[in-house]
Design a protein around this ligand. Structure first.
Ligand code: DLL
Length: 434
């Protein structure tokens, strides 16, 4: 399998650590001098850029959280001139205020580099045809893969997400060799192909880069056999850059972190204490080389552990295990991130609903996430003519769709029909077997 950048990906640990330290010092200096939010936070922690004498000193820096990013929307954490921002992406925050990622030209070069590494890990090289089924737009998936494919010089089909028939036709007509989309969508494509009488064994497709939502080893087995490809896990998040933070090589045993750009730590989510390699905890990442939206010790809320044993592929970068869950209640539905509290906000402002609801997520026969929201309605409405019920149902559906981008089945239920709980209400029933 091709290694895109041997010098960076196979560096000795001394060379890498030296590079990381230099970059960390510069990153702290950059935010300290350019972002009042960080200066205040670092001052409060009694840290200045001079406090970073070795990599372990990173533990002196305060954490950054999703709410810090949200509270400073849109440009409060910008560490460059706004005129130098050439691309912006966003993802949702707990209250619906988006989290903003701003990219300078140099940030886009960085993104292209790490995504070229990602695609190379899946065997992709010049001459290949990449079918990019991640959504284009404010979501980072589509354009992240796009920048990497451009850098690699492959033939790129920027088809974006959805439009299943067309996906299959393009795959067949253009002979796509690599597919990038969410893992659940790849299974949906397989199902649709079968209905159309298309046989993946007759296609040149050889690999896929799948991420942006949780998936399991069992799902990998299913994808590999149904699409007759090798399925690679890829990880990233808007706050750091998008996809390209960590990706799986041909060994498919953990995702290599692009450590020259992203410095990983695992912490105990309760105490904030840094944990040794191999111990499970929350992944915290510092961007070492971003200009637009650098972050110090960003708490990803993703749970995993680090593996430092040498990898047979020859890369020396540390790996993270397939993600094991999250420390919060973020739901990822068809790749769209959303918190139950956002759904609650929408439900509660619509007249006629009661503050009792349940969110049921399942993966139907189509393998795509389906979300049903059961909400109690006022007695008067429930006993009223069906028209009022239908009107209310449609209104909830449409507001959730326009505000959060999710298309949910709405089931209006009788008052007092949802089980009450004495402790934490069980609002979410996730039936997806991952
Ligand atoms: O989902 C970036 C991305 C796009 C990654 C395409 C991979 C492929 P966000 O929308 O900000 O960014 O969501 C980030 O998604 O904190 C994880 O909880 C989850 N996630 C991303 N990749 C994986 C993965 C993109 N491979 C959040 N496995 C992260 C499990 C993942 N969860």
């Amino acid at each position: 399998m091709p290694i895109w950048n041997k010098e960076a990906e196979c560096a000795s640990s001394e060379a890498r650590q030296k590079l990381q330290l230099g970059r960390l010092q510069k990153a702290v200096e950059r935010v300290y001098s350019r972002v009042p939010f960080y200066r205040k936070k670092l001052d409060a922690a009694g840290v200045t850029p001079d406090s970073i004498g070795c990599l372990q000193d990173i533990a002196k820096l305060p954490f950054t959280t999703k709410s810090d990013l949200r509270d400073t929307y849109p440009y409060g954490l910008l560490a460059c001139d706004q005129a130098d921002v050439v691309e912006v992406h966003t993802s949702s925050g707990t209250t619906g205020t988006p989290v903003v990622a701003a990219y300078t030209e140099s940030d886009l070069t960085l993104w292209g580099e790490v995504m070229a590494r990602t695609l190379s890990m899946a065997g992709c090289k010049k001459g290949d045809t990449v079918q990019n089924g991640y959504g284009y737009g404010m979501f980072t998936g589509g354009l992240g893969v796009h920048h990497g494919a451009r850098r690699l010089g492959v033939t790129l089909l920027p088809i974006s997400s959805g439009n299943t028939r067309r996906q299959l036709a393009m795959m067949r007509d253009f002979g796509s060799t690599l597919l990038t989309c969410t893992p659940s969508y790849s299974l949906y494509l397989a199902e649709a192909a079968r209905e159309e009488g298309m046989d993946f064994r007759e296609l040149p497709l050889k690999a896929g880069c799948f991420g942006a939502e949780p998936w399991s080893e069992n799902m990998r087995v299913e994808i590999e056999s149904k699409l007759n490809i090798k399925a690679h896990d890829i990880y990233g998040l808007t706050e750091l850059i998008g996809p390209g933070v960590a990706s799986e090589c041909e060994q498919q045993h953990g995702m290599h972190i692009n450590e020259d750009y992203f410095y990983p730590e695992i912490i105990n989510p309760e105490t904030g204490e840094v944990l040794p390699d191999g111990e499970k905890g929350e992944l915290v990442i510092t961007s070492l080389h971003r200009e637009g939206s650098p972050v110090l010790r960003f708490r990803t809320r993703d749970i995993t552990f680090m593996m430092r044993e040498p990898c047979a592929c020859g890369r020396t970068t540390v790996r993270i295990h397939r993600l094991l869950g999250r420390t919060d209640d973020l739901m990822i539905i068809r790749g769209v991130n959303c918190f139950p509290s956002q759904i609650e906000n929408v439900l509660m402002r619509i007249e006629g609903t009661q503050p009792h609801y349940q969110i049921v997520i399942d993966r139907g026969t189509t393998h795509l996430d389906e979300i049903e929201i059961r909400v109690e309605v006022e007695e008067a409405i429930f006993s009223d003519v069906t028209r009022a019920m239908e009107h209310l149902r449609k209104r909830i559906h449409d507001e959730l769709k326009s505000e959060l981008g999710i298309s949910a089945q709405i089931k209006l239920v009788e008052p007092r029909s949802i089980a009450r709980s004495e402790g934490k209400a069980q609002r979410i029933i996730d039936k997806r077997s991952l």
